[in-house]
Write a protein that binds this ligand. Structure first.
Ligand code: COA
Length: 279
């Protein structure tokens, strides 16, 4: 364990690394893991540390107790900072955007959201920013903002628009109706929904699959996906042409050369059916 990992507060956010997977839990179970400034600033610290931590190959974001997260803390994230100095309000917004999507969407390691229970409002931001998501069938999701008189702000509306088709997105934004894990899977908000008792094993299986891939190329794949979505077709083609060269050039394990040689020369594997053999 590095000094940086050992020095994490383990207070509002718990971190445990096992077999390459960092299990990161929002840790205010009594408040259903509502996101307060404590979580915001600690989560940024956690993401910094895990980025540099060699024993962490994949990050799983989840919640302590029976909630994933009840979204932003109405008292500590909204009411109290709104009554304080604007500079502090803006600093908190910035720090929250940093961990919930700016950093997480482009995080250099694969990320999986594990939705273990209540998931409301602001929690959709970091749920959507994770690469993949697994839910418990028993989890309850809701864009509850309409129920207390605000719009899904931060970046929730855009996150939901990117993840869901329009009819579903507008239905849940405008009604605030709740839905369960199976519906979340059906509408594409999560990859898989399974009974809660099977959820951790499903996440481990998925993490294992991701960790078998070339991490350098995996990072370029996800970052390229997000950037090219916002580009014109011509710009995307140019970007990807440059990135494929940069990725090959900088890849520490020179995966493309190995993969090609193992298929064409050694005939030891089939790329269509699995990954090349890494050292
Ligand atoms: N902000 C602030 N406090 C919250 C909170 C939030 N988003 N969500 C839960 N809490 C607090 C409650 O005020 C309560 O605090 P208390 O024990 O000091 O009274 C505690 O967490 C437990 O909440 P409770 O409502 O009793 O739990 P529950 O299990 O019966 O219901 C929820 C869980 C998630 C359905 C319910 O707490 C809720 O509707 N939360 C708000 C969800 C929301 O609209 N989030 C969007 C914010 S963007």
């Amino acid at each position: 364990m590095t000094d940086a990992l050992a020095s994490l507060p383990q207070n509002n956010v718990l971190v445990k690394i096992e077999d390459g997977v960092a299990w990161v839990s929002l840790n205010r179970p009594g408040k259903r893991n509502a996101i307060n400034p404590g979580i915001v600033f600690e989560m940024n610290q956690v993401l910094d540390v895990l980025e540099a931590e060699d024993s962490c190959k994949c990050v799983v974001m989840t919640g302590s107790g029976d909630a994933f997260s009840a979204g932003m803390d109405l008292k500590e994230y909204f009411r109290e900072p709104d009554a304080g100095p604007p500079v502090a309000r803006e600093r908190l917004n910035r720090a929250n955007s940093a961990w919930q999507w700016r950093r997480l969407m482009y995080y250099p390691k694969p990320t999986i959201a594990m939705v273990n229970g209540w998931c409301f409002g602001g929690a959709f931001q970091f749920l959507c920013a994770c690469d993949l998501a697994v839910s418990a069938d028993e989890a309850t999701f809701g864009l509850s903002e309409i129920n207390w008189g605000i719009i899904p702000a931060g970046i929730v509306t855009k996150s939901v628009a990117a993840a869901l088709q329009q009819r579903k997105a507008l239905y849940y934004i405008m009604t605030g109706d709740t839905f369960d894990g199976k519906e979340a899977e059906k509408i594409g908000l999560v990859n898989f929904s399974v009974p809660k008792a099977e959820m951790v094993d499903k996440v481990k299986e998925l993490a294992k699959k991701l960790m078998e891939k070339n991490p350098h190329v995996l990072r370029a794949c996800k970052v390229g996906y997000h950037y090219t979505r916002e580009m014109s077709w011509d710009m995307a083609a140019e970007y990807l042409a440059s990135k494929i060269d940069a990725t090959k050039f900088r890849d520490p394990e020179q995966g493309a050369a190995k993969g090609m040689s193992q298929f064409l020369d050694e005939k030891s594997y089939r790329p269509g059916l699995g990954a090349y053999k890494r050292d």
